[in-house]
Ligand binder design. Structure first.
Ligand SMILES: C[S@@+](CC[C@H](N)C(=O)[O-])C[C@H]1O[C@@H](n2cnc3c(N)ncnc32)[C@H](O)[C@@H]1O
Length: 215
């Protein structure tokens, strides 16, 4: 076997081992992705297209000047391409509960001279977000890490403008994977209506719309 094949096999084995251990631990506790594992998030998922930053961003129908929430931004994998799409008249609020993740996202933004990002250290559902502010919100492999998912989705619903879209991405390789049925149930309870679905049962993006006109 070529040395590169050994390396790839080892990497896949390591990822599987971490995933299994973490999934077992997550059954009892909602554990945020540790900061030391951020490199795994930053790989931009070699296993499925659905979770790639470019694919998620393309679905968002972003326009210059929009205001976007990256909820559970991690090391900024989506934050930076979204900030580049909305341009200098737009803004991205990058929120995360872990300072180490925000530090990494801030360093990356500085490295590419992106300045239209506001970093917020807070837990979703704790009331840090302004009401009726956002055109879009993204929640990518975050929901299962949040102990009070109902409160988190209600807060995002309140923070979106009427007609605003929440984009939720879940992939089975994530130890905290949430099924489409679970996400739909929680989102409807928070007041969202399903708007679009991309992908399949094990790797998908669900678009949920905030409607305030009774439709
Ligand atoms: C698997 S990472 C995903 C990061 C990013 N969304 C991405 O796809 O590249 C999950 C992130 O959610 C954050 N997180 C977990 N619980 C949270 C909470 N209650 N409020 C805000 N962020 C949270 C973690 O700190 C971590 O950075």
């Amino acid at each position: 076997m070529e040395p590169s094949a050994y390396l790839l096999t080892g990497l896949i084995g390591l990822v599987i081992l971490i995933g299994v251990t973490w999934r077992l631990a997550s059954r009892r506790h909602s554990i945020p992705c540790p900061v030391w594992l951020r490199w795994l998030v930053e790989l931009d998922n070699p296993f499925t297209k659905t979770n790639r930053a470019a694919v998620i961003t393309d679905h968002l129908d972003l326009k210059p000047g929009m205001t976007v929430l990256d909820a559970g931004c991690g090391p900024g994998r989506l934050t930076i391409p979204i900030a580049q799409r909305v341009g200098k008249d737009g803004v991205v609020v990058a929120l995360d509960i872990q300072p180490g993740m925000l530090k990494r996202a801030r360093e990356k933004a500085q490295g590419v001279h992106v300045t239209n990002i506001q970093f917020v250290e807070a837990g979703l559902g704790q009331g840090a977000l302004e009401h009726d502010r956002f055109d879009r919100a993204v929640l990518v492999t975050v929901l299962g890490e949040i102990p009070n998912r109902e409160a988190a989705l209600k807060e995002i619903h309140g923070a979106l403008k009427s007609g605003g879209i929440l984009s939720v991405t879940e992939i089975i390789f994530d130890p905290h994977f949430q099924s489409r049925g679970t996400v739909t149930r929680l989102a409807e309870a928070a007041g969202f209506k399903e708007r679009a679905f991309f992908g399949n049962r094990i790797a998908y993006t669900l678009h949920l719309e905030k409607r305030t006109d009774g439709e």
